[in-house]
Each structure stands twice: as structure tokens, then as C-alpha cells.
Design a binder for this molecule. Structure first.
Ligand code: ZN
Length: 289
């Protein structure tokens, strides 16, 4: 049995670490019977929202910058978590055994904090990294610039219905910025409202549909409206996505904005230069310890 695995429920392990609560990182969690599940406070609370059988007894909340020890009795593994600047609650994990040092980034976007953490770990043995946009054509504007762009679009269109794409967990910083800059709360569905409560952004949303001007909607629904030309009059649709490189307006009402919660190619290059791992692989190559 393994001592620890990350984002992987296909192995038998004593400890299951989860980097963040996105579906592709928690596959198989419903079938997991034994072992502790580790994640940030936010990740664990979101998992409990979706998995009613997850008990506090089997979950462990991890704080950043505190060293933990995982042990199978003979070879202790030290564990340190740091913020991954991805969706709310996302962490990256650093493991140290008696023979190896390993970083598992989970999904992440480079920022000052992530870069500082990489600098601390310079020369590490192995890194497993988020390669979602590891192709040269991907070069994203900063999240801050994308948010400024979105605020500007919303400000000019407050006489219309404004729809903004969200993930179940993610892109919520846009809603926070709209609240702070425009003092407007966004309507979200009841399940999304529970997630906003967990991530501490409850005051930025409203449950009052009839008086709302901005609506946070699952990105899949917005792409469906876009693809099937189902747009309504007097409405605009903001699609924050990593799949466009420059802001685009389509059919006068769809605003595609490159707001990414993953590194682009150039940020990944920079991250690897700072970290200087002896070896590195995509995340899925990590098979645990
Ligand atoms: Zn993710």
C-alpha cells in the first residue's frame, strides 16, 4: 500500500491528497473507502457539499506553510502545502523523503507567491506540473488586466442583462471584483451560493433573481448559448476562458476574455527556470509514494 497519492483514487493508499475540487482531480472519490482525504479547508468543505458520505473522521484539513509528517511506520515523508493560485482552495504539495524531494503543483497559475515558493525549492529532484496550456501559442493577459477589461464591459452594459460564465469552483474573483468596483452583487444559483459561502465571498452575491442585473452562470451553459445562437435581446454574455488569446466580441453580445486560472506557456517556462527541477513531468505521471 502507498503512503500517499495525489488527485488519484485508483491506488490503495493511507493518505489521499487532493490539490483542488475540480472534477478531473477527484475522479473515483465516491468509491474510496479507506484512508484519509487531505485538502485545504475550502476543498474539503466543497467535497463534503457534493459527497454527503464524506465524514470529518476521514478528512484532514491542511494549512499552508506548516510541515506535516506522513508515515507508513518506517519511512516518514514530510509534506508542505502552498497556495496554487488556481481556483479557491487550490494547493500545491511538496514532499520530502529520505532520498527524494518532489513537487506536485496541481493546477496553478504563476504569481508572486507561487514564484517565491518555487525559489525556496530551487534544484528539487522531481516536479510534476500543470501542463494544460504548455504550447507556445498560449500567452495570456494577467488576471488583473482581464478583470479590468470585464469591469469596463459590465459598466458600459448595466442597462442590459449581463451573464458571466463561472465554473462550479472557479472564476469567482471576477464576481468579487465586480462587487468591489461597481458595488453590484451577482445572482447565482443556490448550489453556487453555497460555494460562495464556503470561499468567504457570500457578500458579493445575491439570491434575489428578479432584482439582479448580473447573473453568474455555468460556463457550459454560456458556451451552449453561444454555439446554438440562443442569445436574447438586450443581454450580453461574458465568457472568461483560457481558450482565446485576445479579447474578442462576437455577434455584438458575446465577450470572450482570456481569463485563465492556469499558466500560459511563458509563465510555465519562467516557473521551471526558477524551480530548476532535475526532472519534470505532467501531473498524471505522479503515482504516489
Ligand atoms: Zn483545476
Amino acid at each position: 500500500m502507498k503512503t500517499v497519492v495525489a488527485d488519484n483514487f485508483t491506488f490503495k493508499a493511507q493518505n489521499y491528497l487532493i490539490s483542488h475540487a475540480h472534477f478531473d482531480h477527484i475522479k473515483g472519490i465516491k468509491n474510496h473507502i479507506k484512508g484519509f482525504v487531505f485538502g485545504s479547508h475550502i476543498t474539503i468543505e466543497i467535497l463534503k457539499l457534493f459527497n454527503k458520505n464524506m465524514l470529518d473522521l476521514y478528512t484532514r484539513k491542511i494549512e499552508t506553510n506548516i510541515s506535516y509528517t506522513l508515515s507508513n511506520g518506517t519511512n516518514p515523508i514530510s509534506l508542505l502545502a502552498s497556495d496554487a493560485n488556481h481556483c479557491p482552495g487550490a494547493l500545491m504539495y511538496y514532499f520530502k523523503t529520505s532520498t527524494k524531494s518532489i513537487l506536485y503543483t496541481g493546477d496553478f497559475r504563476l504569481n508572486k507567491k507561487v514564484e517565491d515558493f518555487a525559489l525556496q525549492l530551487k534544484g528539487i529532484d522531481v516536479a510534476y506540473i500543470d501542463t494544460t496550456y504548455a504550447v507556445e501559442k498560449y500567452s495570456f493577459m494577467s488576471q488583473e488586466s482581464a478583470i479590468i477589461e470585464i469591469i469596463d464591459i459590465v459598466r458600459k452594459n448595466l442597462d442590459k442583462k449581463v451573464y458571466i460564465g463561472l465554473y462550479t469552483v472557479g472564476k469567482s474573483n471576477i464576481i468579487k471584483a465586480l462587487y468591489e468596483e461597481l458595488e453590484v452583487r451577482t445572482y447565482v444559483e443556490p448550489l453556487q451560493a453555497k460555494i460562495f459561502k464556503i470561499i468567504g465571498l457570500e457578500k458579493t452575491i445575491t439570491k434575489d433573481f428578479s432584482n439582479a442585473k448580473i447573473f453568474g452562470v455555468d460556463l457550459k451553459i454560456l458556451w451552449n448559448i453561444y454555439n446554438n445562437k440562443m442569445e436574447q435581446p438586450n443581454s450580453i454574455y461574458i465568457i472568461p476562458t483560457g481558450w482565446v488569446v485576445n479579447p474578442m466580441v462576437v455577434r455584438n453580445c458575446f465577450y470572450l476574455i482570456p481569463y485563465s486560472e492556469h499558466c500560459d506557456y511563458y509563465e510555465l517556462q519562467r516557473f521551471l527556470k526558477v524551480l530548476s527541477p532535475k526532472e519534470f513531468y505532467p501531473l498524471v505521471y505522479f503515482k504516489g509514494l
